[in-house]
Write a protein that binds this ligand. Structure first.
Ligand code: SF4
Length: 387
């Protein structure tokens, strides 16, 4: 325990952080602007929590990406989960933050629970399997969301349910894929239509990369000439990654570099990848919140496991639902706007009364700004005008 804490403290050392910040300031070219997207909501949270923007030179700007799993969950999928939860004899299980994601006005899984639906918060997919085993008279449905980090545990849960011969367990699969989201930011028709940020490089995800490795990002570096530096979630990790990104930009290079070598390899976790491939296959299309309908950007359960597929078992389609008209989550998830550009931020929309998904999860950009940075950073629109 103590050794673990010491290990973490080393990555939060203020003196080292300031030394890295000085190095970044010394190496940035004052005649240009650097715009780096942190794809992952975990980085957005860390950047806000440790006040990293205040350590950066004014011509280096961080842009939030769509890597918060709760934020990109489309309202139609939440409505689908609510409709399943409202069926007789159903227990709907989900990770905590998902319960508060708004679908339509006033609709959420938590509101459905208040009105009598059996909705449970679980910490893992296996908890839902245990609930199914303990309650054979009820249909237990696990609402599975998230990027590549949470997909292997869902695959393991389905295999466990199969091994136990459970007939009352199924999964509403909404797992999505990181490389597709990055691609959509760089080139999708939706991004062209609604606008997306101009980017000079990416801080690559930490936990996702533990599973998929650094190899999948090589395509972006080569094809789009965008540097990617995979980074851990501690403040020194992020600052070090930014220094490496600045150097790549200055040298006119676009490569994948791995700052998080203590956890990420080029090929990732092959065992987890095999588990996922056994149970899931690519969906042709999936609607994301803020990014529109993206081809081959999500997973569905393979036909061989269809008895565990809640979409097949309940046959309730996901309706098309728009966000609150004033909510800027879509533009924020594409890196086009900042939370401060939303008129509802910290007024009608707060973590207690979220009107959009970016205010729900602690990894969402709006929640991170609300908790740590709402008085510190100027709006992206103002900064864009100044550039
Ligand atoms: S502050 Fe609320 S309403 Fe505005 S973009 Fe963020 S989540 Fe949406």
């Amino acid at each position: 325990m103590m050794a673990g804490l010491r290990f973490i403290r080393e990555f939060r050392d203020p003196k080292l952080a300031q030394s890295l910040a000085r190095q970044i300031a010394a190496e940035v070219d004052p005649n240009r602007t650097y715009r780096f997207m942190e794809f992952c909501g975990g980085h957005t949270h860390a950047i806000a929590r440790y006040g990293i923007p205040a350590l950066l030179p004014p011509n280096l700007r961080m842009i939030h990406g769509p890597g918060c799993p709760v934020c990109v969950l489309p309202p139609g999928r939440v409505a689908q989960a609510i409709a399943i939860a409202e069926q007789p004899n159903v227990t709907l299980c989900a990770y905590g933050d998902v319960l508060r994601v708004p679908a339509r006005k006033g609709e959420s899984l938590l509101a459905a629970k208040a009105q009598g639906a059996d909705v449970r918060m679980v910490g893992s997919a296996l908890e839902a399997v245990a609930l199914a085993e303990a309650n054979p008279q009820r249909e237990v449905v696990f609402f599975a969301i998230g990027f590549e980090t949470t997909t292997p545990p869902t695959a393991a849960a389905i295999l466990t349910a199969q091994a136990k011969g459970l007939r009352n367990f199924s999964v509403l699969c909404c797992h999505v894929l990181t490389p597709s989201a990055i691609m959509s930011i760089l080139e999708s028709s939706e991004a062209r239509r609604w606008g997306s940020a101009q980017l000079d490089g990416f801080v690559g995800p930490a936990h996702v990369s533990v599973v998929i490795g650094s190899r999948p990002y090589e395509f972006f570096a080569e094809e789009y000439q965008k540097p990617v530096v995979i980074a851990g979630f501690e403040p020194l990790d992020v600052l070090h990654a930014l220094l490496l990104l600045v150097r790549q930009v200055n040298e006119g290079r676009a490569a994948v570099e791995n700052q998080y070598t203590r956890a990420v390899t080029r090929d990732g976790n092959r065992k987890a990848q095999a588990l996922v491939a056994q149970v899931f296959e690519l969906r042709k299309t999936f609607a994301w919140r803020g990014l529109g309908v993206l081809p081959y950007s999500a997973l569905r359960i393979r036909a061989g496991f269809s008895e565990f597929d809640a979409e097949a078992r309940f046959a309730i389609p996901a309706p098309e639902i728009s966000d609150h008209p004033a909510c800027e989550c879509g533009a924020i998830l594409r890196g086009h706007k900042s939370p401060r550009d939303c008129k509802l931020f910290a007024k009608a929309c707060t973590p207690e009364t979220p009107l959009g998904s970016c205010m729900v999860s602690s990894e969402g950009a709006c929640a991170a700004y609300y908790h740590y940075g709402r008085f510190q950073e100027r709006s992206a629109a103002v900064e864009a005008e100044e550039v």
